[in-house]
Write a protein that binds this ligand. Structure first.
Ligand SMILES: Nc1ncnc2c1ncn2[C@@H]1O[C@H](COP(=O)(O)OP(=O)(O)OP(=O)(O)O)[C@@H](O)[C@H]1O
Ligand code: SF4
Ligand SMILES: [Mg+2]
Length: 406
């Protein structure tokens, strides 16, 4: 059985501006120790997918509206909040882009690490401190015993992110979700932190979901990649297959829109024209259609299912034999993928059907008619529960902790 099995996950935000269709039926699995990359442009649902997995959706607007999240045999989507708190941090840890949002600026690293460790493990304060020193040493912080007494602002950005990794791995979680963990760092430090993350998760057989908008980052870090667009997975493959045979026009676009070391000399970059769709629209048709050079008439009206690139192949969801699948009515040929544009003589992308613009405007989901209705939806969700504490590991309430040594 897979460690994590996300089945047809649907996440919506009910806001004054309408319903945001953030995640629209996402399915994927992850084995123990497997490293998965989640890639796509800003707003495509990468963070929301994973916040839903650990039930940290921004409240009151964010809701899981469908699907299951089976982790270690339990459905996290329906588990009571008190049980989820025990799983977060202990079994699933998360690292965010900016460690300063997750580290408490007024507590020393020692206080935060000891608190995190003691919140989930029955150990004394001294034992937790010894473990904290070991962890800081493990992530390459010089003089770890001394640095333990420093405050977060006394560390450089790269060192802070190392501290975050140490805290995330403190409880030896089975799954680590790293959301753009190096975006805020400069390039050489990025490479060091990524290498560290890869080595530590490999050594401990920790499964990793690495979220990034940069395909280059996941190339050397992951075994499989899910490419997301507009709240859908549009291509999924092993990392090797995805780079050898990118098969969805969006992935092809991503690869051609950034400089690559393997690009032929003088090869021009091809930007992906246009913008991602407005997520207030209920998805109909292929969400990439307005930007796609390969679109045919059907694309405007039918959203293609995620299917194997090789017809009739039995679908394998995980591992190095995972099936390469795409959701596309008219995939590029390998030559077209290499060129970044359709090469078929006389081919032109299908124009939008008559009235498309008007129809699009009309499709904005106005299922919330009144402020009172919105307040009702929000009330059902209870109080705001965001605000990760030390190590991005939201702690149980004080009365549920094993120790109260701090
Ligand atoms: N608190 C919120 N309220 C309303 N909509 C939200 C909220 N948080 C996210 N969304 C919407 O959900 C969609 C998915 O957002 P998400 O944060 O998952 O994107 P992302 O792929 O992680 O992007 P980025 O690369 O910028 O981090 C977006 O359309 C976003 O506007
Ligand atoms: S060819 Fe059609 S289905 Fe495929 S990505 Fe383009 S618009 Fe979508
Ligand atoms: Mg994000």
């Amino acid at each position: 059985m897979a460690l994590l099995s996300v089945e047809d996950l649907v996440v919506r935000f009910r806001t004054r501006e309408g319903t945001i269709h953030a995640v629209n039926g996402v399915t994927f699995e992850l084995e123990e120790g497997e490293r998965l990359g989640l890639v796509g442009e800003s707003g495509c649902g990468k963070s929301v997918t994973n916040l839903a997995v650990i039930r940290l959706l921004p409240k009151p607007a964010g809701h899981i509206e469908g699907g299951r999240v089976i982790f270690d045999g339990q459905d996290l989507a329906t588990l009571p909040e008190s049980e989820i708190r025990g799983i977060r941090g202990r079994d699933i840890a998360m690292i965010f882009q900016d460690p300063m949002t997750s580290l408490n600026p007024v507590l020393t690293i020692r206080e935060q690490m000891v608190e995190t460790i003691q919140a989930h493990k029955k150990v004394s304060k001294d034992e937790a401190k010894v473990r904290a020193v070991e962890l800081l040493a493990m992530v390459g912080i010089p003089k770890p015993a001394d640095r333990l007494n420093d405050f977060p602002h006394q560390f450089s950005g790269g060192m802070r992110q190392r501290v975050m990794i140490a805290m995330a791995l403190a409880l030896e979680p089975k799954l680590l979700i790293a959301d753009e963990p190096t975006t805020a760092l400069d390039v050489t430090i990025q490479a060091q932190v990524l290498e560290l993350l890869k080595n530590l998760t490999t050594d401990r057989n920790t499964a990793l979901v690495l979220i990034t908008h940069d395909l280059g980052v996941v190339a050397g870090m992951t075994q499989r990649i899910n490419v997301m667009y507009a709240g859908f997975i549009v291509e999924t493959a092993t990392t090797a297959d995805l780079f050898a045979k990118p098969s969805h026009p969006y992935t092809v676009g991503l690869l051609h829109s950034v400089p690559r070391v393997d690009a032929a000399e003088g090869e021009a970059l091809i930007p992906i024209e246009g913008r991602p769709p407005d997520m207030r629209h209920a998805p109909t048709g292929c969400p990439f259609a307005p930007r796609c050079a390969w679109r045919i008439e059907t694309c405007w009206t039918q959203n293609p299912a995620l299917t194997s690139v090789r017809e009739g192949e039995q679908v394998v969801l995980t591992g190095d034999r995972a099936t390469h699948r795409i959701s596309c009515h008219n995939p590029p040929t390998p030559e077209e993928a290499a060129a970044g544009l359709p090469q078929r003589p006389g081919f032109a992308a299908a124009p939008p059907p008559p009235g498309y613009v008007d129809e699009l405007a009309g499709r904005i989901d106005s299922s919330i008619d009144s402020e009172a209705e919105l307040q009702g939806i929000w009330r059902e969700e209870g109080p705001i529960s965001m605000g990760p504490s030390a190590g991005a590991l939201p702690l149980p309430p004080v009365e549920e902790r094993h120790n109260d040594g701090l």
